[in-house]
Write a protein that binds this ligand. Structure first.
Ligand code: FPP
Length: 240
């Protein structure tokens, strides 16, 4: 479909994809069945981004807290991520989608890390939708890792502590190449942000919707993006 830019719409949408487990349980199926259905939705929503003028899509695939799930579910999710990257990459290149990952890669297995590097390299020349997948991501963890790197630069004499301000710190975040999200969507009826993009979402609008992630369609995505266009964002200022 031809690109229809929406100048008042959100340029960067971030999504907390919640409800896969409940979706599967409602059908009497294992939780992984829900994650598989959720992965199919990711494809649909990524493909819809150009239609709604969304240049950046950031999705929460696995949090630093998700390791507390059963070993079966964690292993199943990791295997799903590996298969997803292998299966979808050619299509992302064909659709001009640039893929990036945020989160702490150190705890992920070497094979998955290799595939993530490959996906970033393969799509490095793409100039369309910027898809960022948060994998082993936590907002507090990201700020802590950023602070560690910043402190190393101070210790090495590369950075003057007096120069550390709101412009400096985000340069050390995993998201340093991305604009801040304008709209954050969470599916499945929970009204929490669960440690997602804490620094970056300071001025974002939030949409908490009841739909379970595997039922979330491009049509609903388009409606939420459209709602945003009607909102009045003042970033703390008074309207002139
Ligand atoms: C939350 O639902 C979902 C997750 C922890 C995993 C998200 C993963 C996907 C959508 C699938 C694959 C993604 C990619 C990028 C391939 P939940 O399990 O917490 O659901 P529940 O709250 O109903 O239990």
């Amino acid at each position: 479909m031809a690109r229809k830019p929406e100048p008042t719409g959100p340029r960067h949408v971030a999504i907390i994809m919640d409800g896969n487990g409940r979706w599967a349980t409602k059908r009497g199926r294992p939780r992984l069945f829900g994650h598989q259905a959720g992965a199919r939705r990711v494809r649909e929503i990524v493909s819809a981004c150009p239609d709604f003028g969304v240049d950046y899509l950031t999705i929460f695939a696995f949090s630093t807290e998700n390791w507390k799930r059963t070993q079966t579910e964690v292993a199943g999710l990791m295997s799903l991520f590996r298969r997803y990257i292998i299966k979808e990459m050619q299509q992302f290149v064909a659709e001009n989608v640039r893929v990036r990952f945020i989160g702490d890669r150190a705890r992920l297995d070497a094979r998955l890390r290799g595939l993530m590097d490959e996906a970033e390299k393969m799509t490095g020349h793409c100039t369309g939708t910027n898809l960022t997948i948060a994998l082993n991501y936590g907002g507090r963890d990201e700020v802590a890792r950023a602070t560690q790197r910043l402190a190393q630069d101070v210790a090495a004499g590369k950075l003057d502590p007096a120069d550390v301000d709101e412009e400096t710190l985000p340069k050390y975040l995993d998201t340093c190449l991305l604009p801040d999200p304008d709209l954050v969507i969470r599916t499945s009826g929970e009204a929490r942000i669960s440690n997602f993009l804490l620094w970056q979402s300071a001025y974002a609008e939030y949409e908490f919707i009841d739909t379970l992630w595997p039922d979330f369609t491009a049509e609903e995505f388009g409606k939420l993006v459209g709602n945003y266009g009607g909102r009045d964002r003042r970033f703390g200022a008074v309207k002139a």
